[in-house]
Every structure is written in structure tokens, then in C-alpha cells.
Design a protein around this ligand. Sequence first.
Ligand code: DX5
Ligand code: ZN
Length: 226
Amino acid sequence: MSQANSEFLVAPSILSADFARLKEEVLAVVEAGADWIHVDVMDGHFVPNLTIGAPVVKALRPITSVPLDVHLMIENPDRFLEAFAKAGSDYITVHVEACPDPLATVREIHRLGKKAGMSLRPRTSIESLWPVLGELDLVLIMTVEPGFGGQSFMLDQVDKIRQVRKKAKELRHELLIEVDGGVNAETVGHLGEADVLVAGSYVFKSDYREAIQTLKRAPKLRESND
Ligand code: DX5
Ligand code: ZN
């Protein structure tokens, strides 16, 4: 893997930022070492919360060159893929439970020229990703129930990282594994096999640089022949 022995990529979730100062918040975390910016989009339907949409991605696009990592927690995301692509998303991640035809959705994201990610709720079996895994750029493992920041980390989800890694290896397919929910200085100790760490409350409720650097430098585990 190209990520072997490197640091984690850290993607602060702006869900925990001060929305009244969103530009300064994004610039501050980028300055503090953020690799990506994670944008949580919720529709009040797939999850019981409502957040932001493509206009906010469009507004953020010119202020930073770091990848915008858009996590769509919305029912039938196909309706909005073009809007999020045009707004300047780099990664577009959808939920397998929300897609009538997950493979068609992944292909549409690629047709729009974007990296495609697939996520799943904690209660969803990891096998639900196998039919699309070979075409994904990213798998987003949820370690909280999607919908809100600041929840407790679900340790029982960690094994999904290993299962995705194993399956991707069998398929000889390279992808990034991202973990989202309750990630902090303690829980990162369980995430050595991941590539990208999303962190909302941990970053925005502490010293940005210290939090981001702590995550980036946490120990990664990799097989030497990866
Ligand atoms: C939850 C979102 C997360 C959330 C993470 O539905 O997908 O990205 O912002 O927040 P923390 O890091 O506070 O758990
Ligand atoms: Zn998220």
C-alpha cells in the first residue's frame, strides 16, 4: 500500500466547527495540519438531523486546496451527486443503505470525475459492501450511529477495518479506509489499520494543532508486504 509507514490522514469534520466563522475555522484546521476537510451532509430523513448542502461545499471550495471529503447521509443520494460534484467535492461518499443501486451510484460518481466512497451504519453488515468494493476509492467505517457529532466510539465496529483490508487484498484492489465517529487520542489506538481519521469534536473542542498532530502521529499497523 502506498500509505504504508506514513502518518494517518486527518479529516476534521466541520460539523463541530463554529458555523458563524466557517471560513476561519477551515483555514485554522488546514494551517494546523488537516489533510482533508470532512463535510457532513444530513437530510433529516436518512438520519434524524439536518445540516448543510452543496452551496456550502461551493463556498468552501475557493478558500482551500485540500480535498473536500463529502459524507452524504441522505436518502437516495443519486439526486444530488451532480450538485456536489459541481460544487467542488473531491470525495463523495454515500451510504449503501440509502442507494437503490449502489454500483450505479459509484459509477455515476466516477463519471462525474470524483472519487467514490461507500459507508455503512454500524448495524449494517460489512458484506453489503462486497459487490461494490472493487470499484471504490474509499470505504468509510462508521464508529458511531450517523447523525450527530460528539457520540461515544463503538469499539465493536473496528473489526470491519480488518475485514475490508482483507477483502480488498483478495481483490488486489487499492482503496483508502476512513473511520468516522468518536475518534480521539484514546480511541485512535484501535485504528492502526485505517488510513484516514475523521474527527469532529476532538479537534474543534481542543487545541486544533495538538489534536490533529496527535492523530496523525498515532501508531499505524501495516503488514510489511502490503
Ligand atoms: C456523524 C458524522 C461525523 C461526526 C463525527 O454522523 O458523520 O463525521 O461529525 O463527530 P465526532 O468526531 O465528534 O464523533
Ligand atoms: Zn461524517
